[in-house]
Ligand binder design. Sequence first.
Ligand SMILES: Nc1ncnc2c1ncn2[C@@H]1O[C@H](COP(=O)(O)OP(=O)(O)OP(=O)(O)O)[C@@H](O)[C@H]1O
Length: 777
Amino acid sequence: MKSSELPVLLISNGVLLPGADLKIPIKNRNNILTIEKYLTKSTGIQNQVVVAYKLSTEKVYEIATVAYVDKIFGWTFNNVVQYSIHVVGLHRATIQKLSLPTCIISKIEEPSAILEHSQLEILLKSAKYIAENSTNERISFDIYNLMEEKEYGRLTDLCVSQLKQQNDVGYAQLLEYLTILEIDKRVELLEKWTKTRKSLKISAENLNIDDIQTKMSGAKQNLRPRKIPNSKNSIEVLEEKLNAIEFPENVTDRVFSELARLKSLNSSQSEYNILVGWLELVAALPWKTSTIDEIEISKARRYLDESHDAMNDVKQRVLEHLAVCKMNESVRGMILCFTGPPGIGKTSIAKAIAQSMGRKFERISLGGIRDESDIRGHRRTYVAAMPGRIIEALKHAKTDNPVFLLDEIDKLYSGNQGSPSAALLELLDPEQNKEFHDHYLNIPFDVSKIMFIATANDISNIEPALRDRLEIIEMSGYTLKEKTKICQNHLLPRQLSKHCISPDYVNLDQRAIVTMIEEYTMEAGVRQLERNISAICRNVALKLAEALNSDLGADTLPEFELPINISEPQVHQILKTKQAKRIRIVERMSPLQPGTVFGLSVTTNGGRVMPIEASKSEGKGKIVTTGHLGKVLEESILVAKGWLAANSERLNIKSLKDFDVHVHLPAGSINKDGPSAGTGLACSLVSLAMDVPIRSDAAITGEISLTGHVLPIGGVKEKVLAAQRDGLRRVVLPRSNYEEVEKLDSDLKNEIEIVLVDTIEEAIDAMIRKSPVLAKL
Ligand SMILES: Nc1ncnc2c1ncn2[C@@H]1O[C@H](COP(=O)(O)OP(=O)(O)OP(=O)(O)O)[C@@H](O)[C@H]1O
């Protein structure tokens, strides 16, 4: 027989039978102590009490009722706190040891209720009569419910409890009744007591079960079955959960020794709650619960193609990765890292990978994390200690092999509280991550089955040791054609369904989409575009809602034609009020003055056209620079000037030795650095020296050497896309970037003329000597 220790309430008036409820005014000191120590909000870790029955000041009846505490009422009278408690009976129990304010009890298991037909008839008739005549809707409902569920033992108890409430049966009789376990004897007593009641005349009419059901459904309209939380106390529930888990060998002893320690603690000790929290976390972690990988390459390819347009290189790389996972039957040591500007689908492709493998997906945002404890948790000794994000995410995933997206891994910082990157190193190291240590959990957890995918906007910000573990997959921005396709196939259908608009109700033509992209977005990805589509959908939803409303009760149908057409003028009309129309840099700066040239740079938001301006005034060859320039960029200016001074005579170009030169890169508050503006600076100085303007439809990028060579640069695709977005027609690039240029989309190359150069002279030729052609707009 199972014993347990519970707080006890002593009463000498009224008996609580299982299934019934009782309101007990708390007057005696023992009961107040029980409430204050175990049941009030601040100490309330117990939701069960033993209701024990006093026979005299010294003696307590050996059978008691274990009850669930429904409500506690507390108020102050004459500066004294008073209580009253509402309890619901759960089961009978034998008191083994009473040591106030608690007692050790053992539950009494009741034999199964088998009744003869005649007795059953008596029981049901009595029950029906009590339910019909009860003024308490809850009691009627519970009686009908127990009748339907054929819970005859509890039904008898509930019926008897109703007699007691009308003073038909005394305290001693009820205590005697509580001792009886056999159902037939209890029904006999019920019959005896009901017969003695003058008011209760059990009619001989046949019991009609349909009648009972009608009554029940009537009562059920207002009420729900009484919800009694698990009758086991929280430690028993926890123990059951822990027993059901198959822990790794090195963990089992630790968990169960902590459970034993918990049982030995008093619930008022501070360590008790800490230990309960820890064991609950242990019970909630997926120790050996995995999903089964369903890697089918053809299915995965189809899924990736359906969920994402363009990015063919990335999809190919992902499929190769999945193929290796399938062959290896493991994902250990392979950590993909998608890098690129915002809104180009890094997160969504990671989600698609998880879905195509049939794994759970969890996103852990690392942006702005400074403390190691964010990753690894706090030690349990800290007040309000918590596990780290990895363990929290595993608890949420409920499987030990989800896909974890370590989002914005480039935005981790090292603060005073240790380095989060170092904690990630352990997490991602296949040699160590079989036993990952979280400070709070303090027992090893195997994270080697997790598939890690990272995302970053700028890989140069990732700590070198961490970067070394990642397989970097660069993702670049989309061309106009790709964005249009993504919009038609994904963004528009998604936004329509989000706004509950049927696709048949709207017709968004291609020209409208192009206008939206060209004139109302300035991004490498498609996030702003999606917001614009959402604005269009809101506008359509408003029109539809207005049309439906005006229809109600109107004599004539409103003039309203479906589908609603959205073309270029409507796009301007809807978006103009929400955001400024984009003004291209070419329009803003044209016509170009001598000394001004369009350079190209790459930022974490994608490529951008970066104007370079230079002016001269009589002087002694001094150089002034402005626009937040970094050291490398400053040096590029000196290299360009040095090259011009050394070659002006040979090339028959005027030199700048009798002038002071001011070089400025607009957007003065943004830091700029890097060597790739070299060719642009050289062109700017030559144009200034010769007083000849540069082509206003061209941009240039490339590093230069003092001997006049043009050296390769990075971010070719982003830079060419930026030039296209700004309506330029020509991009001058180092010849050594030939391979990247070859890989560019043919659509992009049709729109932009790419000129490859080896020397500064060729670059100047491509930017100045040809007759200036006006920009597209
Ligand atoms: N090639 C694509 N096909 C379909 N939808 C796409 C594609 N690229 C991006 N999207 C959609 O664009 C939205 C933004 O993408 P996502 O959130 O994945 O960007 P991200 O690169 O992770 O950005 P960030 O760096 O800001 O986290 C998503 O709704 C995504 O579905």
